[in-house]
Structure formats: C-alpha cells, structure tokens
Design a protein around this ligand. Structure first.
Ligand SMILES: Nc1ncnc2c1ncn2[C@@H]1O[C@H](COP(=O)(O)OP(=O)(O)OP(=O)(O)O)[C@@H](O)[C@H]1O
Ligand SMILES: [Mg+2]
Length: 319
C-alpha cells in the first residue's frame, strides 16, 4: 500500500484534463476524456472526481486506479457478456469499440442505502416500479438484488429514476433487449458480489451501461469501479449493521459523506476539497484496487500527461 506521505507528495501531480491533437474527436465527460474516430474510442481516465454530478477537483492516482479496476472486471466478466475493450496502451488509457449506448443506466442494488435509502426514509415506498415493505433498515440486504434504472441525463442534468415498464413503454429499449440487459446485469452483479466476498468486500450496488454493436449487446463504460459502485468491508458488516453504525466504505461515498457533512448535495457552491480529503480518497481507492485484484498498486511518478503521450505514440495511436 502506497504510503500516505507519498500520496500527499503527488497532490500536485494529477491529470485534470487532456488535449491530445490528432487522436480523434474529443469529448470531455465528467471523469473521462474520450477521443472518438470511426468505430474506435481512446478513453483517457483522468484524475477528476465528481460527486452529485459536479466535478470537484482531482485525486492523486485516481485515473489509473479506476482504469485498472474496470479492466480487471471487464476481464473476469467477459464470459458473461461481451465488452468494449480493445487495448490498454497506458495504465490510465483504454481503447474501446465505439457502441451505440442504450439510454438507460442499469443500477443493481444488493442493499438499501444511499439515494434509495434517503427516499425510503423520507416515506417513499413505490419507486422504480418496486413496492418496498415497511420496516427496512438502513444498509439492509435485499433478499435478491434489485434493478433501479435511471435515464441517462445529458450534460449538466441529473439522471432520473424510471420504472422498468417505462423503459420499454417509452421506447428507450425494446422488451426483448431489456430482458436480456436485466439478465446480464444480475449475472454480472452475482459474479461481482461473489468475487468481492472472497476478497473480504461487499459489492453493495453498482451501475452498468450497455451498448449495441452490430446488433449485439456489449458491456461498455466502466465496471464495478469505486466511482460506479459502493463497496464495504465485509469484516464487521453485521456488527455495524446491528448497531446502526455507518459501514466502512472503500468508494466515492466517502467523498459524498464529506460533502453532505458540509451541507453540499449538488446545488450551490461546493466546498473546496482539502488536501486531507484528497489523500483520504486516494487511499480508499488504492486500498480497494489492492484488495480486489490481489495486486500491489504500481504508482508512476512522472508527469501523467507526458507518460500517456509517450505510450500512445509507442502503440501507434498518436504520431
Ligand atoms: N464503448 C462506448 N461507446 C460509446 N460511448 C461510451 C462507451 N463507453 C463509455 N461511453 C461513454 O463515454 C463517456 C465516459 O465519460 P464519463 O464517464 O466521464 O462521462 P459521464 O460524466 O459519466 O457522463 P457525461 O457524458 O454525462 O459527462 C460516458 O458518456 C459514457 O456513456
Ligand atoms: Mg460515467
């Protein structure tokens, strides 16, 4: 595990934005810089961090951690569903097949927590087409994982909850394809939960994006990363749950909690990230990488943009 002091020394060496000329048509997402050309996308995972759909700054080593965790999961899940991976020319870069993204984000939840818990605690019982029983407790495990889809919002907008029936009736995805999407999402979540459990982690919930390529269903975007998922430490989960205590989290929820404690939940001016919270989040992300993959995180200390440029040239994506 990378020393906290080493992470702190790298607070100034983060990748906030890229502008590579000649790599393709550039699109800056909240976290990734995407360069599209033809049916190929070069996806650079920057160190940007967003919460409540607002970009707040950068976290040391985050881009590499996210990219490598996603690639770990794409590899172990490829028997379940085909994915978009083509090449990984740099620790922070993945080349993918460009797909027609389905306009829904497929959220699978094993426990009631986060935004769903907040809605439930506020009295909502019918949401996402589900009928939730009274008497659930925060972080409680569902008997079976549930799917809570959201529409994929445009830039600057928040994703909105939608029922599975509406996904079909609004014509976002046709019935047969939606059934296949749900089946794949649940299978991915089952495998993810099982592998996480073997590594002492609970995969709490996650978000999948799917696309179509030549009529075939493909898993795209990122999989089971600490940006798109919640992870808890398995040790002590039951005790904390019984005592009504917060779970030990290895994901972006640590930052959301820090923001909520300072009164920010997506509107108004966000508080500036302190060095302390930036180092804390880096530690959580690196710890998750190491626990989940069983590998030591290999940190690189040269300027990240230069490293990426060199690797893209070596692999022939840039001249
Ligand atoms: N194989 C793929 N083909 C086409 N688009 C993809 C593929 N994989 C991922 N994407 C899209 O690339 C973008 C990745 O960038 P990022 O995750 O930073 O964006 P975001 O903040 O989630 O979304 P937004 O596009 O709203 O900014 C997402 O819009 C995602 O849907
Ligand atoms: Mg995204």
């Amino acid at each position: 595990m990378l020393d906290r002091g080493v992470i702190a020394q790298n607070l100034g060496n983060t990748l906030s934005e890229t502008k590579f000329e000649g790599l393709g048509e550039r699109y800056g997402g909240k976290v990734r810089d995407v360069y599209a050309r033809g049916d190929r996308i070069v996806m650079v995972t920057t160190d940007r961090v967003s919460a409540f759909d607002v970009v707040l700054g950068t976290i040391p080593f985050k881009g590499q951690v996210l990219n490598q965790i996603a690639n770990y999961w794409f590899d172990v899940s490829k028997e379940i569903v085909a994915n978009h991976i083509v090449d990984t020319p740099d620790p922070s870069v993945t080349v993918v097949k460009r797909c027609e993204a389905l306009p829904v984000e497929v959220v699978v939840r094993g426990h009631i927590t986060g935004s769903l818990w907040r809605a439930y605690a506020g009295g909502e019982r019918e949401i996402y087409g589900l009928k939730l029983n009274d008497g659930l407790r925060r972080d409680q495990k569902f008997p079976e994982p549930i799917i809570t889809p959201t529409t994929k919002a445009g830039a600057g907008e928040h994703d909105a909850p939608i029922t599975p029936a509406e996904v079909v009736s609004r014509g976002l995805v046709d019935r047969r394809l939606w059934d296949e999407v749900c089946k794949k999402a649940l299978a991915l979540f089952e495998t993810g939960s099982k592998l996480a459990r073997e590594r002492g982690l609970v995969l709490v919930d996650t978000k999948y994006e799917f696309g179509l390529q030549g009529g075939r269903l493909v898993l795209i975007d990122e999989v089971h990363t600490p940006d798109s998922s919640r992870y808890w430490m398995a040790a002590g989960y039951e005790e904390r749950f019984a005592a009504g205590k917060d779970q030990e989290m290895l994901d972006k929820e640590n930052l959301r909690q820090w923001l909520l404690d300072r009164g920010f939940s997506g509107t108004g001016t966000p508080p500036a990230l302190t060095d302390e919270v930036r180092v804390m989040l880096a530690e959580k992300y690196i710890e998750l990488f190491e626990r989940m993959t069983g590998r030591t995180f290999e940190a690189h200390f040269e300027p990240i943009s230069d490293r990426i440029e060199t690797n893209l040239k070596k692999a022939g994506y840039l001249s």
